[in-house]
Write a protein that binds this ligand. Structure first.
Ligand code: GLA
Length: 576
């Protein structure tokens, strides 16, 4: 029975690892890909985040990045697996789906709904030439293309999967298609589609998982398309790790079953620019919001900074007997920052002025518009509403609040409870409520749920109507826009935008220690490192060396809580 893949007439066992090009600085791709080779892998796998590449309908952003990455993989001597979605999960905002689609379509996404499929088809028209041109039959590295992602964990619309598979074929994909699902009967039945190889995803228990797969697919190559050798972490929770020896044993079991494997993740990288997604807790995945941290280190064998970990060496040993020829040497690490550099962010503007300068148009509506209606993917929205009076103090509540709110009653900040309660508020007063998205849900039935005050503002039992809402998108912070901000000297207190410079001698990989006690976003030379948040567990943000330059470097912080200081510091990454 053929267990392996046939490439150019040769039986090949795929030893693959996930590395998302959009989570790694482009100038580091080559190093990271060579790390994968040195670990013993012969293939790299990546998702394609639709929402990153199509920020608004018909407007495309750097789609050729995928092609450049595939070329880099080829140059590094690796085959490539592409997972074009349209949904990808991956702890990425909205599972990779655009907010402009999930907002209006709601739970019609990931089905054969004509509006959803129409948008997917237009996207595939633009995206797939990048992949097709780089198939192995055309001298490129691409050997497999995935249909959807773990669809059996979400839905059962067989016509949808068929339409996607047909769409891939019609646009010239000739390499084998595959699906990947949890090793459970309902997932494999919901997620498989005729003409595509079914594979399974798991973290351990290879033998049992492949037995389940074989019940559904008696023949063909056996593959674990996501071997979860680590895991991701949420804000406000303990970091999640997996011991190297335990992971190595689970990998050995997969290989001893004669299967191909894709390590998820081989190198996780970073959720730069606020693209981290979120989970909903509980067995039914409808519980509390659990936003993902900025780091996507994943406790992977190649860590967030590109260093080999104990897991790297353990995996290398397990993989070595399966590798053709000698294992390549581990490549030299990229340079690290010469020495510690501190900076005081000595110019600032309060948040309301920043919103005035960089926000979208203010919209007046009866009920609070959602982030989607205001076209805010990552960022925040200010809602203003007047409580009429005279009236007694009554409970004021933000229903369906997603995710975090900072509220002011007549200019005084008041605490907001987890249930959206602001306590007793009299009238007349002027309310200001700033709502911040912590990342859209990327997994489960609440995928794509909207952000904002989604259930109305209630005073006692009465809806408070007449809302003025204004959005502030994270990508409004461009160097040109920031240069025009009315900043004043001083470190400022509280929420606002802060700017400063730091002098660097020898640029290189670093971590940035953000303003103490705060929550917000930070940029270096216009490159958004992602969200920082004093609740942890992540305390420092990765700064890829290529972002820094010798001499003066500009740092911006959008502080949304009111940090204790405006001091940041850059520290060299400690070599392995
Ligand atoms: C699933 C998904 C991946 C990722 C992992 C968990 O397998 O397919 O995208 O979300 O779970 O990290």
């Amino acid at each position: 029975m053929q267990q392996h893949f046939l490439i150019d007439g040769r039986q090949v066992r795929l030893l693959s690892g996930a590395l998302h090009y959009f989570r790694v600085h482009e100038q580091h791709w080559d190093h990271r890909l060579r790390m994968l080779r040195a670990m013993g892998l012969n293939c790299v796998e990546t998702y394609v985040p639709w929402n990153l590449h199509e920020p608004s309908p018909g407007t495309y952003h750097d789609i050729s990045a995928l092609g450049r990455f595939l070329d880099a993989a080829h140059a590094a001597g690796l085959w490539a697996i592409v997972r074009p979605g349209p949904y990808s999960c991956g702890e990425w905002e909205n599972g990779g789906l655009p907010h402009w689609l999930t907002g209006p379509l709601g739970s019609r996404v990931r089905t054969s709904d004509p509006e959803f499929l129409g948008a997917v088809e237009r996207w595939f028209d633009v995206l797939l030439p990048q992949v097709v041109a780089r198939e192995t039959g055309r001298g490129g590295p691409v050997i497999l293309v995935q249909v959807e992602n773990e669809y059996g964990s979400y839905g059962s619309d067989a016509a949808y999967l068929e339409a996607l598979a047909d769409g891939l074929r019609e646009r010239g994909v000739t390499v084998p298609l595959f699906t990947s699902d949890g090793p459970a009967d309902h997932m494999l039945t919901g997620g498989s589609v005729a003409g595509a190889l079914a594979t399974v995803n798991f973290g351990s228990g290879a033998k049992a998982a492949f037995e389940t797969l074989r019940r559904h697919q008696p023949e063909g190559p056996l593959m674990c398309a996501e071997f979860w050798c680590g895991w991701f972490s949420h804000w406000g929770e303990e970091p999640v790790t997996r011991e190297a020896g335990d992971a190595a044993e689970a990998l050995r079991e997969i290989l001893e079953c004669g299967a191909s494997v894709n390590l998820y993740m081989a190198h996780g990288g970073t959720n730069f620019a606020g693209w981290a997604g979120a989970n909903r807790g509980g067995e039914d995945h409808r519980g509390v919001l659990q936003p993902d941290v900025t780091s996507y280190d994943y406790d992977a064998p190649v860590d967030e900074f590109g260093r080999p970990t104990a897991k790297f060496w353990a995996f290398r040993e397990v993989l070595a007997p399966y590798v053709d020829g000698e294992l390549p040497e581990v490549p030299d690490a990229p340079p690290v920052l010469g020495r510690v550099a501190d900076a005081e962010l000595g110019e600032w503007a309060p948040l309301s002025e920043v919103l005035g300068a960089l926000g979208g148009p203010e919209r007046v509506a009866s009920v609070p518009p959602s982030f989607e209606e205001l076209d805010v993917d990552r960022g925040l929205v200010r809602y203003r509403v007047d409580i009429p009076g005279p009236r007694e103090p009554y409970q004021l509540r933000l229903h369906g609040l997603r995710d975090l709110a900072v509220a002011y009653v007549d200019g005084e900040r008041v605490p907001v409870g987890d249930d959206g309660s602001l306590g007793e508020v009299p009238g007349p007063v002027a309310m200001e409520i700033w709502v911040e998205s912590l990342g859209r849900v990327n997994y489960g039935p609440l995928l794509g749920e909207t952000k904002g005050i989604t259930g109305g503002i209630l005073h006692e039992r009465q809806y408070v109507h007449g809302v003025r809402a204004q959005g502030l998108r994270l990508d409004a912070f461009t160097p040109e826009a920031v240069a025009a901000l009315p900043l004043r000297a001083g470190t400022g207190a509280g929420r606002g935008f802060h700017r400063g410079t730091v002098t660097v001698g020898e640029p290189g990989d670093a971590v940035l220690v953000p303003p103490a006690g705060g929550r917000g976003f930070v940029w270096v030379n216009g490159f958004c490192l992602g969200r920082y948040w004093a609740i942890g567990p992540q305390r420092e943000l990765y700064v890829p060396g290529p972002v820094l330059r010798e001499g003066e470097n500009e740092i911006w912080a959008l502080e949304l809580e009111g940090a204790d200081s405006a001091a940041v510091s850059l520290r060299p990454v400690v070599p392995a």
